[in-house]
Design a protein around this ligand. Structure first.
Ligand SMILES: Nc1ncnc2c1ncn2[C@@H]1O[C@H](COP(=O)(O)OP(=O)(O)OP(=O)(O)O)[C@@H](O)[C@H]1O
Ligand SMILES: [Mg+2]
Length: 588
């Protein structure tokens, strides 16, 4: 089976790049206060947890032999209280950091989302939606823990190691040296395995990203899948992606087991060495039972932060790779953007001019070459021509969804590349073949065109475009809840809602790209009245394959071979007996 886009892993192979981590500190800085408080609480929590082994030494060596019941109880209660305080402080810290973590997640997502909203069509043209989604959802989740608990724990574990060392040294200097001697061995072994482990987990996250991306696409085009009876093939692709995910997971887990095996055993070896050295080498005479008990209590506490640091290191390496993906998305240049000295486009009258426009999506494939045309305010222009000729491209350029290779597009004499995108697009109404329905009520969907529209305006707009009747027949009328793809509505009904949405936004230039193709002939005739209303006083571009709908346009332009091959009124073009004439006759 052919490999598809989803088989291609994202490369997360970059070596640990501290610059990304540094940059992420801007997100932490805002929460500096809370992070510092959490750090202090954690440190206090550690200090309190240190007392227990020391207290047990005192118990075993002094109070129990002395049979001092009062002191035994006092020491036991003191141990209990210090544990309770330590746990309680830990819980408060956790609560604070969870809160900070969620804030950071929100802030990174917000920045990503804002940037994604600005990125031009070009960015979305060539990457699977799912992979963008994975960055915004999964990667951000993964780094938030690193930026909160990870960073705190890093500082804390180092603090812990020092603290425990101090406590151990208080108990017994020689035995402390025995414990510390295990460290270089551990570090050496870990360095050997860790690299493998890191690779393995990176692979897991890649495979997971592939699978999620495929899943996202599959869900959004399930209808197509089912209508082409592609279920079996798609299941096959999914099974393959899942099984490579499973394989990478199993491998990573195997290595992780190896790591925990090493960790557990080094730990036991050191504990055993402690007893051997304590009893045989130093001799039972100079090492009390209490000292041994206290030391073995500290041994596990000493190793825990070291083990934690090792796994933190791992998280940091992965996290930094995720940060890189996140920042890469944030840094993705916005190709189509306001010039530094962009001005507001004044209210559009509707004169439009293509001045020697050349455009290509990809470097070596010219779609439009030296195109010139002129449209007067209020004119309706039809764009016709074979599939793939460049009709949609022409209207995309008018809204400046892409920048030109050369030439100029002028609206009332203003070069559209020199005005702000907002002032340009705000005055433009664009209707596409598949009209987007957002989740919300029908009224909300129409209000998308003009956020402060009142109910009367909405009803009036719907009446104009013949949508009022069917809306009133719906269960809750204008308050009917729609889901995100408007599945309760027919294609034509969605189209009518989109018409109302556009009408209410009162655009000065109107673009209808195959917008009437899914409306039946009868409704279309009804709509024609509404449409005429919509077109009145506006410059409009209408793309339609059904030529009957554009006969009355002021000017018809036939697009083919990288430019306009014919233009004129319906009658003029028929008389010419050229491309348009043949196309028209072919439709009968
Ligand atoms: N985003 C894109 N990236 C690269 N090439 C594109 C892109 N969009 C369109 N094209 C190419 O540009 C050419 C013109 O496409 P366009 O969508 O303008 O055609 P059209 O005239 O609207 O066709 P149709 O009648 O089928 O809608 C096509 O050859 C197409 O392959
Ligand atoms: Mg098109």
């Amino acid at each position: 089976m052919a490999r598809n886009k989803y088989d291609i892993d994202e490369t997360l192979e970059t070596p640990f790049n501290i610059a990304h981590l540094k940059r992420s500190f801007i997100y932490m800085k805002k929460h500096k206060k809370r992070i510092v408080i959490a750090l202090i609480l954690s440190a206090l929590s550690s200090v309190f947890s240190m007392f227990t082994p020391l207290l047990s030494k005192v118990e075993i060596d002094y109070f129990i032999p002395q049979k001092n019941i009062v002191m035994i109880v006092v020491a036991a209660v003191a141990a209990l209280v210090s544990i309770v305080i330590s746990v309680k402080l830990g819980i408060i810290r956790q609560r604070i950091m969870t809160d900070v973590g969620q804030d950071i997640i929100y802030e990174i997502r917000r920045d990503l989302f804002e940037h994604l909203q600005e990125l031009s069509f070009e960015y979305y043209d060539d990457r699977p939606q799912g992979k963008i989604l994975v960055r915004v959802v999964n990667y951000v989740n993964s780094v938030s823990d690193m930026l909160t608990n990870g960073v705190i724990n890093f500082v804390l574990e180092i603090f812990n190691i020092i603290l425990i060392l101090i406590f151990m040294l208080i108990v017994d200097i020689k035995l402390t040296l025995v414990v510390v001697a295990g460290v270089p061995v551990f570090v050496a072994v870990m360095l050997l395995i860790k690299k493998k482990q890191r690779r393995a987990w990176q692979d897991v996250s890649n495979k997971n990203s592939n699978q999620t991306a495929y899943l996202a696409e599959s869900i959004s085009c399930m209808k197509v899948t089912q209508s082409f009876a592609r279920e079996v093939e798609n299941e096959g692709i999914f099974r393959r992606l899942s099984s490579s995910y499973k394989k990478s997971w199993m491998k990573a887990v195997k290595i992780s087991f190896l790591v925990s095996f090493v960790v557990d055993n080094i730990h036991s070896i050191v504990a055993a060495a402690l007893y051997v050295v304590g009893l045989l080498v130093i001799g039972p005479a100079s090492v009390s039972l209490g000292t041994l008990a206290a030391m073995s209590g500290y041994v596990s506490r000493f190793w825990q932060p070291i083990i934690n640091l090792a796994s933190l290191y791992n998280n940091f390496v992965n996290g930094v790779a995720y940060l890189e993906r996140i920042f890469e998305t944030m840094d993705e240049p916005i190709k189509v953007r306001d010039l530094p000295d962009a001005v507001e486009l004044p209210e559009i009258k509707g004169n439009l001019k293509f001045d020697n426009v050349t455009f290509s999506y990809e470097a070596d494939k010219v779609i439009l070459k030296n195109v010139d045309f002129d449209v007067k305010a209020g004119q309706s222009i039809a764009l016709v021509g074979p599939t793939g000729a460049g009709k949609t491209t022409v209207v995309n350029l008018i809204s400046r969804f892409y920048d030109l290779d050369s030439g100029k597009i002028l609206i009332d004499g203003n070069d559209i590349s020199k005005v702000t995108l907002n002032s340009l697009r705000r005055q433009m109404g664009i209707m596409l073949q598949d009209s987007f329905i957002f989740s919300g009520t029908i009224a909300d969907n129409i209000r998308y065109g003009k956020l402060d529209a009142n109910d009367e305006e909405i009803v009036a707009a719907c009446k104009t475009v013949c949508a009022h009747e069917f809306i009133m027949e719906m269960e809750d009328g204008y308050e009917t809840e729609l889901n995100e793809n408007g599945s309760q509505l027919s294609q034509g009904q969605k189209q009518l809602i989109a018409f109302a949405r556009t009408l209410i936004s009162d655009p000065k230039i109107l673009i209808l790209d195959e917008a009437t193709s899914s409306i039946d002939v009868k409704t279309e005739r009804l709509l024609q009245k509404g449409l005429n209303e919509l077109l009145k006083g506006r410059t409009s571009f209408i793309i339609a394959h059904r030529l009957s709908t554009i006969k009355n346009c002021d000017k018809i332009m036939f697009i083919n071979n990288q430019g306009i091959t014919e233009s004129g009124t319906h009658e003029e073009l028929l008389e010419k007996k050229g491309d348009y004439y043949h196309l028209y006759n072919a439709q009968g």
